[in-house]
Ligand binder design. Structure first.
Ligand code: GLA
Length: 505
């Protein structure tokens, strides 16, 4: 994984950022096949999304019905996954992976950590058992990598049914992934999907020492809406504001999220049935300011120009791809349901600000900029959706019902409190009344990424990734420390940690 980022560039240059792409589940559920995946991959490659940084094409449940040969190898339906080129065999998943690669995109696949998968639920059709990878971790993940896949989502239906430990199973899977990567030389990105059931924010960042991963924080944003099925069950599925807001709310674990490790708020539903332009803006704004994975679950061949322009908005994506990759903190609620969320960015003095209107009525909002931790008032306010600067700090912002305004704001940071590291720890951190934004300075001249586990006596336990630094250069990662953090300790390469700057907001 490359972590180099162009700090000031609007766009997509940061490779430690959360993954972006398409996933088959929300719009196609278990009817996914080669033709659908080819059409979606073509759309992604030609509608501006690829240029904007969306790169993964992920095949979710339904690609395999649990059949294995005598040697335990996965056997797939030859009609569903035919040869696409002379010389290819029917029923070989390498065909579709090669097709996706031929468009300059990356390919993703799906399995379950347990013995059974989720099977056909919630859609019509028979249930299939044995669609999980338990008992075959090394074999399956090596197979995915040999087929050419670059990304794997690992669900938890079987794990939940068997009452397994997520921390244990997903660590074993991380090891299987690492072995597969060594054999094939291909990165296999790890997407954990246990819906927040065992508090993954405490163990999933860096599970099994994996360099970068994501973990789902809640249930499914919606049951899939498969327009082509035209059945009564699918016809009544309509997305509401609650679907979007509940996934955002369930996903807030800012102390667990740093460069390379991300809470997953679920696949996106931009432009799907029930989504209005206002809800699309809310959805894109919340996922972008959260640096959440942007895996679009919509039918890309039917996306409206408005949805597409939000998904490819360069300034929103620059907020998403900010090298610190932090989540926002709520800093004010000037009226019930009208909330100001702010996210510290890697550039000194820069914040992304979302003004979220959860209510049914429009709101005229005057932001209290003093709550953003600046010295004085900020100097520049940029309105991301309308691509223009606001005139002054006194300006009010009109946010329609269920809509969201997204701003990039620049000012001067207040001086931080500084704490020097002593070997493996930093102590005496002044408790703050709310979560605190901090910059952790380090040096890592090993030439490779260091994964360090960061803990505090008040219960924090998360992984941070320290990308390599050159010579006497000091690297910086951003952290959101939970309320009252008084000390931090670091496992791994302790001498790397230099200093912590804690900012008061
Ligand atoms: C679970 C996951 C979904 C999807 C389905 C497939 O519900 O959370 O994202 O993968 O399984 O059945």
């Amino acid at each position: 994984m490359r972590y180099s980022c162009l700090l000031l560039a609007y766009a997509t240059a940061c490779f430690g950022a959360a993954p972006m792409g398409w996933n088959s589940w929300n719009s196609f559920a278990n009817i996914v096949d080669s033709q659908i995946v080819q059409q979606q991959a073509q759309a992604l490659a030609s509608n501006g999304m690829k240029e904007a940084g969306y790169q993964y094409v992920v095949i979710d449940e339904g690609w395999w019905l649990g059949e294995r040969d005598a040697a335990g190898n996965i056997v797939v339906n030859a009609k569903q996954w035919p040869a696409l080129q002379p010389g290819q065999k029917d029923g070989d998943m390498a065909n579709i992976a090669a097709y996706i690669h031929s468009l300059g995109l990356k390919a993703g696949i799906y399995t379950d950590a347990g013995k059974d998968g989720c099977s056909m639920y919630p859609d019509s059709g028979p249930r299939y058992s044995n669609t999980g990878s338990e008992g075959h971790y090394d074999q399956d993940f090596q197979q995915f990598s040999e087929w050419g896949f670059d990304y794997v989502k690992v669900d938890w239906c079987g794990g939940a049914k068997e009452k397994l430990s997520g921390a244990v199973q997903y660590a074993q899977i991380a090891h299987a992934i690492q072995k597969a990567e060594k054999k094939t030389g291909r990165k296999l990105y790890f997407s954990i999907c246990e819906w927040g059931s065992q508090n993954p924010w405490f163990w999933a960042p860096g599970v099994g020492e994996i360099e970068g991963d994501i973990w789902r924080t809640g249930g499914d944003i919606i049951p899939p809406v498969v327009e082509s099925l035209h059945d009564a069950e699918h016809a009544k599925r309509v997305i509401t504001a609650e679907n979007v807001l509940d996934s955002f709310d369930a996903g807030l674990h800012p102390e667990a999220q740093h460069t390379g490790y991300f809470n997953d708020l679920d696949m996106m539903v931009m432009g799907m049935r029930g989504m209005t332009d206002a809800l699309d803006r809310t959805h894109m704004g919340l996922w972008a300011i959260s640096s959440a994975p942007l895996m679009v679950g919509s039918d890309l061949t039917r996306l409206s120009a408005a949805s597409l322009s939000l998904l490819t908005n360069k300034e929103a994506l620059a907020i998403h791809n900010d090298p610190f990759g932090l989540q926002p903190i709520i800093i004010d609620e000037p009226a019930p349901g009208v909330q100001i969320w702010a996210k510290p960015m890697a550039v000194a003095g820069r914040r992304a600000v979302a003004i979220l209107n959860r209510t049914d009525a429009p709101a005229q909002v005057k932001v209290n900029w003093k709550k953003l931790g600046f010295k004085g008032l900020p100097g520049a306010f940029h309105d991301v959706w309308n691509k223009r600067d606001l005139v002054s700090a006194d300006a009010t912002v009109l946010v329609p019902a269920h809509d969201l305004a997204l701003l990039a704001v620049d000012g001067e940071d207040q001086a931080p409190a500084e704490y020097t590291a002593s070997q493996t720890s930093i102590s005496g951190i002044q408790a703050s009344p709310g979560p605190s934004f901090a910059r952790l300075h380090y040096a890592n001249t090993t030439g490779h990424v260091i994964v360090s586990r960061m803990k505090s006596t008040s219960g924090l336990s998360t992984a941070i990734v320290l990308p390599p630094t050159i010579g006497s250069e000091v690297g910086t990662v951003g952290l959101i420390l939970p309320r009252g953090t008084a000390d931090l300790s670091f496992d791994g390469q302790p001498r790397a940690i230099r200093k912590l700057d804690v900012y008061t907001w």
